[in-house]
Design a protein around this ligand. Structure first.
Ligand SMILES: C[S@@+](CC[C@H](N)C(=O)[O-])C[C@H]1O[C@@H](n2cnc3c(N)ncnc32)[C@H](O)[C@@H]1O
Length: 278
């Protein structure tokens, strides 16, 4: 999300050319691949952004960024709902649905889903302690909303959902290895015959470049996005931008057979891309 959330300048970034695109020896190629892998293994792990969210992101900050990205209009959630019902002409708009959200933060998507859908049950996964407390209190009187305060990757819950939301680049907060594990897990949680998973990603940049981009405290090296709030702050936000072709291929390997995408946004905020997986 912070790729889209903190700086529009970074949208001009495009991933480096593949190693094979350069005239280089096999040893050099392997060296580059290994160092990238080493770096991502050292840096990216489940829960890596918990200190950042816990200590740096207030509710007001979240709302301000949502406004800057136009997500305060819930355009993303409305698109997903429209797509879901287009695929299910057999269902009435009032049909009670079982939902999952991965990374609910302060409840923006939960609130939007409540405004537009008849919720039979919504499991909201969140792993940052202050968000968990906030969500539990906010939905204490709503038995249909179940706040699950742990990583989706650790959860043993198995009941399937009609619709799964993963909005605002939450997907990038998983390491490349975990992104595939996550897709497989979400496939198992998507109801057979009509269930849908929606994943919101930044629009993969088409511009030229490939060099390291350094904007203030935000650094994007290859597909790694790093951000810290101030220079003397040691608490980083880190995310991994998946290669779109690789993402689609992994989604298929995870068991999704129908994959569609839709580019949207770009008004007040950056252009985004919604993937619908079935
Ligand atoms: C970018 S915010 C998304 C906010 C919300 N989905 C929205 O669109 O308004 C990402 C959220 O995902 C949560 N998160 C990241 N990894 C998670 C995981 N493995 N399990 C549950 N929540 C996770 C973070 O704590 C953070 O609150």
């Amino acid at each position: 999300m912070y790729w889209a959330l903190f700086s529009n300048e970074l949208l001009a970034y495009s991933p480096p050319k593949s190693v094979s695109g350069y005239q280089c020896s096999m040893e050099m190629a392997l060296g580059q691949i290994q160092s990238v892998e080493l770096r991502q293994q050292q840096i990216l792990f489940d829960g890596m952004n918990v200190p950042f969210f816990e200590n740096r992101v207030s509710r007001q900050h979240f709302m301000d960024r949502a406004h800057a990205c136009e997500l305060d209009t819930n355009v993303d959630v409305r698109l997903v709902i429209r797509k879901y019902f287009e695929q299910r002409p057999d269902l009435d708009r009032n049909h009670p649905l079982e939902l999952i959200e991965v990374g609910a933060a302060y409840g923006r998507v939960v609130d939007a889903a409540r405004a537009h859908l008849n919720i039979k049950r919504l499991r909201a996964y969140e792993q940052t302690p202050k968000f968990i407390d906030f969500l539990k209190e906010r939905y204490a009187a709503s038995p249909e909303i179940e706040v699950i305060g742990e990583s989706i990757l650790k959860s043993r819950k198995r009941s399937k959902a009609d619709l799964i939301f993963m909005m605002w680049f939450t997907f990038g907060e998983f390491s490349p290895q975990d992104q595939f594990r996550l897709l497989k897990k979400l496939r198992r949680l998507t109801r057979e015959g009509g269930g849908m998973l929606a994943i919101d990603l930044p629009q993969d940049s088409r511009s030229s470049g490939g060099a390291t981009v350094y904007t203030g405290q935000m650094e994007k090296r290859g597909r790694l996005i790093e951000y810290k709030m101030s220079i003397d702050d040691d608490i980083w936000y880190r995310a991994w931008l998946p290669d779109i072709r690789h993402f689609v291929e992994q989604s298929r390997r995870a068991g999704f057979t129908e994959i569609e995408d839709q580019v949207y946004g770009g008004g007040r905020g950056p252009t985004r891309r919604m993937f619908y997986l079935r």
